[in-house]
Design a protein around this ligand. Structure first.
Ligand SMILES: Nc1ncnc2c1ncn2[C@@H]1O[C@H](COP(=O)(O)OP(=O)(O)O)[C@@H](O)[C@H]1O
Ligand SMILES: [Mg+2]
Length: 383
């Protein structure tokens, strides 16, 4: 039905951050041309694309011009206005389709959709006013987490509510806007499944990753989360069910909590490659970015097997606070790979790059990755 876009074709990506950069690197390696669209020049993606369009996502004229320059469009950033996806879809295939973007960019719609489809989610309520928040707190109890419906990432737009007395402060802290209130999940592990679906409905996934967070930001990812075969299968089945129900063509990541009572709960969706899948770039036969290229181009998906035990650690801007990190020291372990995103300003909490390390087993790889990051600070540094 859909035509295959062969190497030489130009793939468009909405967004110009690190996910677009790694998509472009994978695509160009396979001989595609890549164009990025988003505000700014010299961006992480723009640096490695054939074309960097500096425009606002609401600029219809620029979007139309972009549509004429590309043969398919994907995105690396879900907070693109859904109208941009709709407009582009009138001219070129948008993969995943704009409905996926519409649902996944808004926690309210996403959580409601997941629940209505029968996927397991924790207790939540949608709230539009402080009064509604007070009511919802009565039903859900405390602690609870209040999250803005739109534009949240890396824990931004969230407020923890410890007691009902925190309601007013939390409502103000998130800017008094449409939000989702979630019961606090007492979890013993956070895991994710990065999966891909092709134009022919084929499905591939990378198993279950274990994600360790720090200050609500992903810190370390290890493959093969120790969750037991039953939970692993359940997580993979849920991921498949979600990609199929949404009709995703592309890559989508499902973030889960493994609750202390053993339940597996979906936390959120990311309709694109995900930070927890970065280790696939070096450690898997086909990376999550190559899968995105293959899916968007209508090619068969690649084999996802892990070639060797690996672990990923993020490099945040905090590492720059005493000057340029000691890259040579980090790379002294030859089993460590450095990825930097080409961002000029290192701000605390900003994702600047990551390290992937290999090892004899997953924990050995994680130790090597953490040790390499420690050496970046000249050995003696700490947060
Ligand atoms: N309901 C919850 N219960 C417990 N911890 C939570 C809850 N919601 C979020 N968190 C913590 O905050 C992190 C970030 O929240 P998340 O909803 O994934 O937002 P985002 O990743 O978009 O910032 C989660 O990975 C988890 O560690
Ligand atoms: Mg998250």
């Amino acid at each position: 039905m859909s035509t295959v876009l062969l190497p030489g074709a130009t793939l468009g990506v909405l967004g110009n951050g690190q996910l677009g950069r790694m998509f472009a690197l994978a695509a160009r390696r396979m001989g595609y041309r890549v164009a990025t669209f988003g505000p700014g020049t010299g961006t992480p993606a723009g640096q490695v694309c054939d074309l960097e369009v500096d425009a606002d996502y609401r600029d219809e004229q620029a979007l139309r011009a972009f549509a004429r320059q590309v043969e398919a469009v994907t995105f690396e950033f879900e907070n693109v206005p859904a109208e941009a996806g709709e407009l582009l879809a009138e001219h070129v295939p948008v993969r995943p389709r704009e409905t996926v973007l519409h649902i996944a960019q808004n926690r309210w719609r996403e959580k409601t959709w997941l629940r209505d489809q029968g996927f397991p989610v924790g207790d939540f309520a949608t709230v539009e006013s402080e009064a509604a928040l007070v009511d919802a707190l009565e039903r859900l109890g405390t602690p609870a987490v209040l999250k803005t419906a739109g534009f949240g990432y890396d824990g931004k737009g969230q407020a923890l509510i410890r007691t009902p007395a925190d309601a007013a402060g939390a409502w103000q802290a998130i800017g008094g806007q449409a939000a989702v209130l979630e019961a606090f999940v007492d979890f013993h592990m956070e895991v994710s499944v990065v999966a891909a679906r092709g134009t022919d409905g084929s499905f591939a996934h990378y198993g279950v990753f274990e994600n360790r967070h720090r200050d609500h930001i992903l810190d370390v990812t290890l493959p093969d989360a120790p969750v037991g075969p039953q939970l692993r299968e359940q997580a993979e089945d849920i991921a498949r069910g979600i990609l199929e129900a949404l009709g995703v063509v592309g890559v989508l990541c499902v973030e889960f909590f493994v609750a202390s009572d053993g339940r597996l709960l979906v936390n959120e969706l990311a309709p694109r490659p995900h930070n927890s899948g970065h280790l696939t770039f070096d450690a898997s036969l086909s990376s999550q970015f190559e899968q995105q290229v293959r899916a968007v181009a209508g090619l068969p998906l690649g084999d996802t097997r892990l070639l060797r035990p690996a672990a990923m650690v993020n490099l945040l801007g905090d590492l720059w606070q005493d000057g340029e990190p000691d890259w040579a020291a980090a790379l002294a372990d030859g089993q460590t790979k450095l990825h930097l995103y080409g961002k000029a300003n290192a701000k605390p909490g900003r994702k600047m790059g990551h390290l992937t390390a290999f090892g004899d087993d997953r924990e050995d790889a994680a130790r090597r990755a953490l040790a390499a990051r420690e050496r970046l600070r000249g050995g003696g540094g700490h947060r």
